[in-house]
Design a binder for this molecule. Structure first.
Ligand SMILES: Nc1ncnc2c1ncn2[C@@H]1O[C@H](COP(=O)(O)OP(=O)(O)OP(=O)(O)O)[C@@H](O)[C@H]1O
Length: 539
């Protein structure tokens, strides 16, 4: 092919070849009058897959969108179908491979996530699906634009809005041949032959992000490009059977949630792009990365100092259960704990044994807790000043333990509401929003207070096993099956009573527990805030 390539196409001198794909080659070129440097994509007009012709139709629809290369000229000259576009830098594929690393750092992946979702948002807003999301089709800009990721290769793109009717294209039950790439094309399109829509571009993006964060990449990418049908079938099988929780083990829960979200979308659903951009921005911030809108490669060194500061920054908020005197009161009360006498929201006598077992440790003087808060402790060698430490000196575990104890003693919804508010403040006071064992214990206690506990024989583990008591432990509600924190967040605002709230708390525990990393996301926090509000309203 190289031999017959002309030296000049249109008003451009062709220089070196930047890359070749299945359908053609791409050259660096220079405008003969202005000297402007561009990239020219050349394809033989007789090529069996005339992707340049398709791209020529899509580029104009995408012009002006951030991260969409400018189309400077296009046409046919002799046997050459050509596209003249912005000259860009290397693709993510090339950057990643050249780095020699077996996974990418979280900052870079969050940055790619935000930019990629933005690019898809632009394309989809203009009625176009990409349909070939992969590392090789994301390239960074040159010089001043080298922090921007550009979308390239619209050879497989398609309009999902019918230009005549202005309506979404119809779904179809008929199986279609797969079009896309082996690694990241969605399960629905690749393995089930479904009609692609916006959700599939997003799922491909999710798989690509997970691939980047996984040492060695997604399992089905490790044997290279399949050469036989049997190898291709194996990839499809592996992809189809891989559960999101397994794919995302060891990486932040947001990625698993994003993948699940994409897979839950219905054919014509419009994805909530802004929500997911916010999620990844927040995740990056939680890990101490700022300016995340810019993709910086190689990644800048982490700012250790600011991370440490963030770690110890107490979050302001109502803190009747966080301040030292109240903590002291709570622990003193716990020391004298008499569960039979305490007023409860429901009869909890039959949970007594289990609760004692659960919180037994609290009845003994808990060394660290007593030392930290008691002003008349005789442990003066440890705390010579006898001054209670500020609230943020308590470990997260101690705070959660104490909040569970307070929830256990609560006698009305208003108190529970304040405790939930403090629970949120506690979760937000540290950089990691992972729900720890103590966090799950708090949810258990809260659940028991909200539900009618008389029907329980054992405390409910919101995080783990469920009792066989059919009356209470029904199969997970629809919103749990869908894994919909978003639904929980919405529905909590209208929950009719405590029992409904109890169910939501249990569902929230289950959903969080299922997420690898058990991180409380923005939706999770919003749910808890909504719960506090609702409790106040239902007082
Ligand atoms: N505008 C550009 N500026 C610089 N390099 C580019 C540009 N567009 C593409 N490239 C390089 O050329 C490679 C192939 O480009 P592209 O994917 O558009 O072509 P293709 O023929 O459709 O490839 P494939 O068949 O692999 O999908 C890219 O991975 C990238 O490295």
């Amino acid at each position: 092919m190289a031999l017959s390539i002309p030296r000049r196409i249109n008003n451009y001198w062709l220089e070196d070849c930047l890359g070749s794909g299945y359908s053609g080659s791409i050259f660096r070129a220079c405008h003969i009058y202005t000297g402007q440097r561009v990239a020219i994509k050349l394809q033989n007009v007789d090529h069996e897959c005339p992707t340049n012709r398709y791209e020529r139709a899509f580029y104009p629809m995408l012009q002006g969108g951030e991260g969409m290369p400018t189309l400077w000229a296009a046409g046919v000259e002799g046997i050459w179908d050509f596209l003249v576009i912005d000259l860009l830098g290397p693709s993510l594929d090339s950057l990643f491979r050249k780095s020699g690393k077996n996974k990418m750092d979280l900052r870079s992946v969050c940055s790619i996530a935000i930019q990629l979702i933005s690019r898809l948002q632009i394309m989809h807003t203009r009625g176009v699906l990409h349909r070939d999301i992969q590392l090789g089709n994301c390239a960074i800009g040159l010089s001043a634009n080298n922090k921007t990721i550009y979308m390239i290769d619209f050879g497989f793109s398609k309009q999902y809005i019918d230009p005549h009717t202005r309506r979404h294209i119809p779904d179809s039950k008929a199986k279609r041949d797969f079009l896309g790439n082996y690694w990241f094309t969605s399960v629905g399109v690749h393995c089930k032959g479904k009609v692609p829509s916006r959700r599939d571009d997003l799922e491909a993006a999710a798989l690509m992000l997970i691939h980047l964060l996984t040492p060695g990449g997604l399992s089905w990418t490790r044997n290279g490009v399949p050469k036989t049908d049997a190898q291709h079938d194996r990839i499809k099988r592996d992809k189809l059977t891989a559960r999101p929780e397994d794919l995302c083990r060891g990486i932040p829960a947001e990625f698993e949630e994003f993948l699940r979200y994409c897979r839950r979308l219905k054919f014509a659903d419009c994805p909530d792009y802004d929500h997911w951009k916010d999620e990844f921005k927040e995740l990056a911030n939680e890990h101490g990365f700022s300016d995340i809108d810019d993709f910086v490669w190689p990644p800048p060194p982490p700012k250790v100092k600011s991370q440490i500061t963030a770690l110890h920054q107490p979050k302001p908020g109502p803190a009747p259960y966080n301040n030292a005197p109240n903590m002291e009161e709570v622990l003193n009360g716990l020391a004298k704990l008499n569960l039979k006498e305490r007023p409860v929201l429901g009869d909890q006598t039959n949970t007594l044994v289990a609760l004692r077992k659960e919180y037994g440790a609290l009845q003994k003087p808990v060394k660290t807790a007593v030392i930290e808060i008691s002003s008349d402790s005789d442990d003066s060698a440890d705390h010579p000043t006898n001054i209670p430490p500020p609230p943020n000196r308590f470990s997260k575990a101690t705070q959660l333990h104490n909040l569970a104890a307070s929830a256990h003693k609560a006698t009305d919804n208003r108190t529970l509401s304040m405790i939930v508010t403090d629970f949120v403040a506690c979760l937000q006071s540290t950089r990691s929003r992972m729900l720890t064992k103590e966090g799950f214990q708090f949810l258990d206690t809260l659940y028991k207070q909200l539900a009618d506990p008389s029907v329980f024989a054992v405390p409910l583990r919101t995080s783990r096993t469920r009792s066989t008591n059919q009356d209470v432990f029904q199969p997970p509600a629809r919103h749990v099956k869908l894994g919909a924190l978003i639904t929980l967040r919405r529905e909590v605002t209208t929950a009719p009573n405590n029992r409904a709230l109890a169910k939501m708390v249990a569902d929230f525990g289950t959903v969080t527990n299922k997420s690898s990393g058990r991180t409380i996301t923005k939706d999770g926090i919003a749910f808890l805030e909504g719960l506090a509000e609702r409790l106040k309203a239902l007082n």
